[in-house]
Design a protein around this ligand. Structure first.
Ligand code: ATP
Ligand code: MG
Length: 106
């Protein structure tokens, strides 16, 4: 199932997404939540301990490579989850795309 949640800033997108992820996981579904927000805070909603949130692993930049046939993942989802995921409450697996510590030039 793919679900897209959009809305204005601060309207509860992350809270709803994280809550839905946890409810699905409680029902026994395997849930992988991907936080693509440049200011990621899904971990909070998923109940990741505060001390862990300060140092979340983020997806490696070489995860996708260009080939003549088009873009290609360099690792399997299982490999990425094993090396870069964080476990949230209710068994949700969290992947964080990026967590820039300061603004840079475009
Ligand atoms: N149903 C609710 N009732 C009261 N407060 C809520 C509710 N849902 C979310 N909040 C609070 O509103 C604030 C913003 O929520 P959230 O971070 O989920 O919004 P967002 O749409 O993801 O924001 P952003 O656009 O910054 O990513 C948080 O402090 C959250 O705890
Ligand atoms: Mg949000």
């Amino acid at each position: 199932m793919n679900v897209a949640i959009v809305g204005k800033g601060g309207s509860g997108k992350t809270s709803i997404s994280g809550t839905m992820a946890r409810l699905l996981a409680r029902r026994g579904q395997r849930v992988i939540a991907v936080d693509g927000d440049p200011n990621p805070n899904m971990a909070l909603t998923l109940g990741v301990p505060a001390e862990r949130i300060d140092d979340l692993p983020t997806l490696p930049t070489d995860l996708v490579e260009r080939t003549p046939e088009g873009p290609r993942f360099t690792r399997t989802l299982e490999e990425v989850c094993a090396s870069h995921s964080v476990e949230g409450k209710d068994g949700v697996t969290l992947l964080v795309m990026a967590n820039p510590k300061k603004a840079g030039t475009g």
